[in-house]
Design a protein around this ligand. Structure first.
Ligand SMILES: CC(C)(COP(=O)(O)OP(=O)(O)OC[C@H]1O[C@@H](n2cnc3c(N)ncnc32)[C@H](O)[C@@H]1OP(=O)(O)O)[C@@H](O)C(=O)NCCC(=O)NCCS
Length: 135
């Protein structure tokens, strides 16, 4: 399958980003909220097939030694075709100087294992009041 990868947010249809995240049951917000999040991210990747946005991902980072991957998602009908790998392989070299972590959705661990991620021994904690999503 032929795809194009874009690394900037110019011209991104944020409605599609919101709808895609909803379709894969990930936290999703109004389109403009996603625009704000992606534009403020250190690294972004958007994959297009025939000019259609079919997947994306981003990393937030201090640009020095810490980075966290978020919102890696592929439209259901394009999953299992290597698009997620393209997204991650586009993001990772741009944060390769960092300690790279992510929060894997239960059931998706195998995907991240294929990319070289190892399960951490530390636990993720979230604040009982200051939380924007139910994950
Ligand atoms: C997870 C996701 C991004 C993977 O993208 P994808 O395009 O379907 O994955 P790929 O086709 O690039 O698969 C790459 C490898 O990971 C494996 N893989 C993919 N999903 C997997 C899963 N759920 N469990 C185990 N292995 C998986 C594939 O078998 C493939 O292995 P191979 O290279 O040995 O054949 C995509 O399925 C998705 O958007 N899922 C819903 C949203 C989601 O849960 N995102 C992750 C948030 S943490």
């Amino acid at each position: 399958m032929e795809v194009d990868v874009k690394q900037d947010c110019i011209g991104v249809d944020w409605k599609t980003v919101s709808k895609t995240l909803k379709s894969v049951e990930m936290a999703h917000y109004e389109p403009d909220v996603h625009r704000k999040a992606f534009e403020a991210s250190h690294t972004t990747a958007f994959v297009y097939h025939a000019d259609r946005l079919i997947g994306f991902g981003r990393a937030i980072s201090d640009g020095a030694y810490q980075a966290t991957i978020y919102d890696c998602a592929v439209l259901p009908e394009f999953q299992g075709k290597g698009v997620g790998t393209i997204i991650m392989k586009n993001i990772l070299p741009r944060i390769s100087h960092c300690n790279v972590i992510l929060y894997a959705t239960p059931g998706k661990e195998g995907f991240y294992q294929t990319l070289g991620f190892l399960r951490m021994k530390t636990q993720a904690w979230r604040h009982k009041t200051y939380n924007a999503c139910d994950t």
